[in-house]
Design a protein around this ligand. Structure first.
Ligand code: 3ON
Ligand code: FE
Length: 491
């Protein structure tokens, strides 16, 4: 476990930018093999499949994309059975991926600033969206779906990862209609006789924004769909649920479409953070019969990801990763040259939304730079004790994610496992030990990029104690570019 050592070997920083950059090389190959290079032991009770999604290509035939969020989606599938693990990765054959690979050049503009070669003249008034299916992957109702928040999901074969087409849920979703990338699973849905249901949302931008809520039963059918209009432009990437509500944070941003229309900037680069405006917290009832939304206000800030929410008396409690400002994408900049220290780090906050007196209180829970929170699947929407997330190795300041933090929300205790100085982490996922009802009895699974060997590891931590060495570390034969989200299914 050579990466287990701490950052003390490098006095001022726990990483070098050069090491970090290597994790953003494209992975062009598609693999299919049993993972035999394993340190430690894969728990024999760990059975199921970890699916990961994220940008696999950071270039199209050598033409660089402008931002990783514009990269073509690639699925990694790590399946565990009887103490062994198998790896497979496949690109999602979206229409745009196939066209661009055939042409050997960039044919589409990306939301985060990728432009077709040829300057603004080649890009002006081109409003076509490239559905890159790169943000999340879920197995639900017997379907494996790759998600991207501005368009419909792609349906994949859960075994071969072959792309089967776009999914419209029997026509409930129309051609090109958005289906968000951050579904939440309600472990006991009252409207489904206590069965698990999947809740998702979508954003349709405009001068006013339409927020649509979708609920899918265990067969994968959309059983509830209701739309709500809120004033102003929204950029909402994630949301949280409780048994009765969906909660979305409308970050204070303004959208100026002109540079996008003129072919100078991507749509996402036309979003400007408004530090002097409050964040609006949108509360939507999950009862489709209930019209209208409640809106509460809190201090300015930018939230991509929420950890969880629950109802408590007159309050809804929401735990979220909040930035002081939105990290704006600069058109002239190269994301590989990012000055980490110049950006504001994400911190874990707890928001108390009082529905009776319409006030919001917020408390800082953890002031270490962090992202990608995850909780026990049975605790989604309910009071909970433990949360896991990616974090910087250093206590303060903004830096790449190199560690995992477990937060005990009851005692305030935090445990850290770090892959610094040469390892870089991604979203951790908690997998409960079968048959156990202790909230932290299980494993935390994640991909960790090891720049020493330019390869990625599947790291399995004992969730009950991060101070222990990893239960197992599975060395892949190659790296996987830093990804976004994924899920574990025991089916
Ligand atoms: O808001 C409008 C509606 C909408 C859906 C306009 C719009 C064009 C901005 C839009 C589209 C939004 C899209 C396509 C968002 C895609 C987001 C994405 C692919 C990823 C977001 C990732 C967020 C975070 C915080 C990632 C962190 C990564 C690291 C810490 C590094 O590993
Ligand atoms: Fe996300």
């Amino acid at each position: 476990f050579q990466l287990y050592e701490h950052a003390s070997t490098i006095p001022d920083k726990s990483y070098t930018r050069g090491d970090w950059q290597e994790g953003y090389q494209s992975l062009k190959e598609e693999f299919d093999y049993w993972i035999d290079d394993v340190e430690g032991e894969i728990p024999p009770e760990l059975n199921g499949t970890l699916f990961r999604n994220g940008p696999g290509l950071l270039d199209v035939n050598g033409q660089h994309i402008h931002h990783p969020f514009d990269g073509d989606g690639m699925i990694s599938r790590i399946s565990f059975s009887n103490g062994r693990a198998h790896f497979r990765n496949r690109f999602i054959r979206t229409e745009a991926y196939l066209e661009e690979q055939k042409a050997g050049k960039i044919l589409y503009r990306g939301v985060f600033g990728t432009q077709k070669p040829g300057g603004w003249l080649a890009n002006i008034f081109d409003f076509k969206l490239k559905n890159i299916a790169n943000t999340n992957v879920i197995y639900w109702g017997g379907k494996l779906l790759a998600l991207w928040e501005a368009a419909e999901p792609h349906l994949l074969d859960p075994h071969t990862l072959e792309t089967l087409g776009k999914e419209h849920f029997n026509g409930v979703l129309s051609e090109g209609e958005a289906f968000g990338a951050h579904p939440r699973l309600d472990p006991s849905s009252a409207r489904d006789n206590g069965a698990t249901c999947l809740v998702n949302f979508s954003i349709k931008p405009g001068l006013s924004t339409t927020i649509t809520i979708f609920e899918l039963d265990i067969t994968g059918k959309i059983v509830r769909k209701h739309a709500h209009s809120v004033p102003g432009f929204c950029f909402i990437h994630d949301f949280v649920i409780t048994p009765n509500y969906c909660i979305l944070f409308q970050n204070p941003v303004a959208f100026n479409p002109i540079p996008f229309a003129l072919g100078i900037r991507g749509a996402g680069e036309c979003i400007k953070f408004q530090p002097n405006q409050p964040t609006q917290i949108i509360i939507i009832s999950r009862n489709p019969q209930e019209k209208g939304v409640k809106i509460l206000e809190t201090q300015s800030g930018f939230v991509f990801h929420h950890a969880n929410a629950f109802e408590q008396g007159d309050e809804i409690v929401v735990d979220s990763i909040c930035y002081e400002s939105f990290p704006e994408v600069e058109p002239e900049s190269n994301f590989r040259e990012v000055e980490f220290e110049a950006l504001s780090p994400g911190h874990l906050w707890r928001f108390h939304l009082n529905l009776k007196d319409k006030t919001v209180r917020r408390d800082l829970l953890a002031d270490r730079c962090c992202e990608f929170p995850s909780v026990h699947q049975d605790k989604v929407g309910h009071p909970y004790r433990y949360l896991y997330m990616g974090a910087a190795d250093a206590k303060t300041g903004n830096a790449p994610l190199q560690a995992f933090v477990k937060v005990d929300l009851e005692s305030g205790e935090k445990q850290l496992w770090s892959a610094a100085p040469r390892g870089f982490v991604s979203e951790p996922i908690f997998v409960p030990r079968p048959g156990s009802d202790k909230e932290d009895d299980g494993w935390v699974l994640a991909l960790v990029y090891d720049s020493t060997h330019h390869r990625s590891d599947v790291v399995i931590l004992d969730a009950s104690d991060f101070n222990k060495r990893p239960v197992a570390r599975l060395h892949l034969k190659h790296h996987i570019p830093y990804g976004l989200h994924g899920s574990f299914t025991s089916e």
